[in-house]
Design a protein around this ligand. Structure first.
Ligand code: GLC
Ligand code: CA
Length: 556
């Protein structure tokens, strides 16, 4: 690795604007609400904020369906609010990374409105249109939100491709005109003063030549053609072009969301000399509890620790010295980590949330914290499917329960409680007054009733809170260079209860030990006599005895 870059030492905090802080009593989070809370994030100690989309959107997929890249959704505020947010953030020393959603637009984007008018329209080729084949869809690709990835448009008697909802038509990146238009948009946002981009499903932009059938899917197995389409023939050409045209000219942070990647793909996207992106979000560890029956994430399986260790260790080892990792447990698309990989019971929620935090934050890479993770927010069990808002959840319920009758309603609710994206999207819990201090009117999505005990106000007054544990982890990353540079080495990979690993530099070692169970475990790991305890989630140290969810880190 060459010189350490600022983004390699940074910790990023993800804000889902709709659920962060409402400032004007309409039940929807907004930019003035974010501005109000910036000092809180400064206090936590993060360096960068990633904002999920705030652009103009009909909200079919909560802003990931953009109808104007250069306008702000009025519900969220105005460009003047964005300017103010950037100003206040920069004044506090916080950087702001924008979500860039350019695999697709909304069908209400002007480009698509033009494109669908007729086959000769100058924007026709901005999207992917195909003739029917024998009266059917051009191929068997499935949308990630269920059903075919093709939608027939009566007007011109052709299908258009949408890997997500039918209101999210895929852009045609093989069109140089489209690419230039996107780069101009990126430059425009950089001129506004933003500090980087998180690029939504960016490795889907180059589609396989001639759009062949996906051999892995059938309509019945509720699959998705995302992995098949990923890493297409021209992807590296396009990202290198984007890098040359835009990214290389600015000292910014970039991360690509990339389903279906191997570590060798990652070296191409985020290699130290690949001139594409700085890092990517790989999906492997977020898919370890997928359905054994081919229902994708619609499952209520419990993960196995050995699988988690194997996957994370592979990413740590393979990228070492060659490319940079992102580190994350959850985001707006994934269930809450303490419920999923920890234990959200009253007894163990705090201990296990801290344990998970320490396990991730001592790895090599740039850590991402999803809003509410720092106070141990949990999944939610809403009683009825009617209480859910997420298009992915509603479509899956409709496909699997109503149409195909493959899953009973009860079973599906159990899957929804386990995997729905709305688990992550319930409003941020600020205090224990009405609606958790998120809004003074009716919130757009139910507040988790546990806000009475799980909230920021309580966390701030308690020195032993999860919040203060995160604060310490973030500070340690700045203090101890070995967290950024050390070589990772897993210990006892096959141990199904304890995750232990080392980080090794020339003169220093870290030993990270995390008990993933609610049982006492006894383990011995060698360390020197003078080893110091850097952090722990218990107030004392019992040596080889590991109490439930105990996590501790030594340095020597
Ligand atoms: C990404 C986003 C997700 C969205 C999808 C389509 O996976 O994180 O929220 O639904 O892309 O844009
Ligand atoms: Ca609002």
């Amino acid at each position: 690795m060459e010189k350490i870059q600022w983004w390699q030492k940074a910790v990023v905090y993800q804000i889902y604007p709709r659920s962060f802080q409402d400032s004007n009593g309409d039940g929807v989070g907004d930019i003035p609400g974010i501005i109000e809370r910036l000092p809180y994030l400064k206090d936590l100690g993060v360096q960068v904020i990633w904002l999920s989309p705030i652009y103009q959107s009909p909200n079919d997929d909560n802003g990931y369906d953009i109808s104007d890249y250069r306008e702000v959704l009025p519900e969220f505020g105005t460009m003047a609010d964005v300017q103010k947010m950037l100003e206040v953030a920069h004044h506090l020393g916080l950087k702001i990374m924008m979500d860039l959603v350019v695999n697709h637009t909304s069908d209400e984007h002007q480009w698509f409105q033009e494109s669908r008018k007729n086959k000769d329209n100058p924007y026709r080729n901005y999207y992917i249109w195909r003739d029917p084949v024998d009266g059917h869809e051009p191929n068997n690709w499935l949308s990630d939100f269920g059903g075919s990835a093709w939608e027939f448009d009566n007007n011109t008697q052709q299908y258009y491709l949408h890997l997500f909802s039918k209101k999210q038509p895929d852009l045609n990146w093989d069109n140089p005109d489209l690419r230039k238009n996107i780069y101009d948009t990126m430059k425009w946002w950089l001129d506004q003063g933003v500090d980087g981009f998180r690029m939504d499903v960016i490795n889907l932009i180059s589609k396989p030549s001639d759009l062949p059938n996906d051999p892995n899917v059938t309509l019945e197995n509720h699959g998705s053609s995302m992995d098949f389409v990923a890493n297409g023939p021209n992807i590296h050409e396009y990202l290198q072009e984007m890098n040359q045209e835009v990214l290389s000219k600015h000292d910014i942070i970039t991360v690509g969301e990339t389903p279906g990647v191997s570590t060798s793909d990652a070296m191409k996207y985020a290699g130290f000399d690949s001139h594409e992106l700085q890092m990517i979000f790989q999906f492997e560890h977020t898919e370890i509890d997928n359905s054994p029956e081919g229902l994708g994430k619609w499952s209520d399986e419990r993960f196995k620790l050995v699988d988690l260790k194997r996957i994370l260790s592979k990413w740590q080892n393979d990228l070492y010295g060659k490319a940079w990792n992102s580190l994350y447990w959850n985001n707006h698309d994934r269930p809450r980590v303490v419920s999923r990989f920890g234990n959200d019971s009253d007894e163990y929620r705090i201990l296990s949330a801290k344990m998970l935090a320490a396990t991730l934050h001592f790895m090599q890479g740039t850590p991402y914290i999803y809003q509410g993770e720092e106070i141990g927010m949990t999944n939610i069990d809403l009683p009825s499917i009617k209480d859910y808002q997420d298009i992915d959840t509603l479509n899956a319920y409709n496909d699997l329960v109503v149409q195909q009758k493959r899953v009973t309603a009860d079973k599906m609710m159990s899957y929804v409680h386990h995997s729905s994206r709305d688990n992550a999207r319930t409003p941020m819990q600020w205090d224990n007054i009405k609606n958790a201090g998120f809004t003074d009117s009716h919130p757009w999505l139910s507040v988790n009733p546990n806000y009475q005990t799980i909230n920021v106000a309580d966390a701030l007054t308690d020195q032993q809170s999860i919040f203060h544990f995160y604060q310490k982890l973030i500070a340690l990353r700045q203090e101890l260079p070995i967290i950024t540079t050390g070589k990772y080495e897993v210990l006892d990979l096959e141990d199904a209860s304890v995750y232990a690993y080392k980080r090794i530099d020339k003169n220093t070692q870290l030993l990270v030990i995390s008990n993933f169970t609610d049982q006492k475990q006894t383990r011995h790991y060698d360390r020197t006599q003078s080893a110091q305890l850097v952090i722990s989630n218990y107030s004392d140290d019992q040596g080889d005895v590991l109490r439930p969810y105990e996590s501790k880190v030594y340095m020597f």
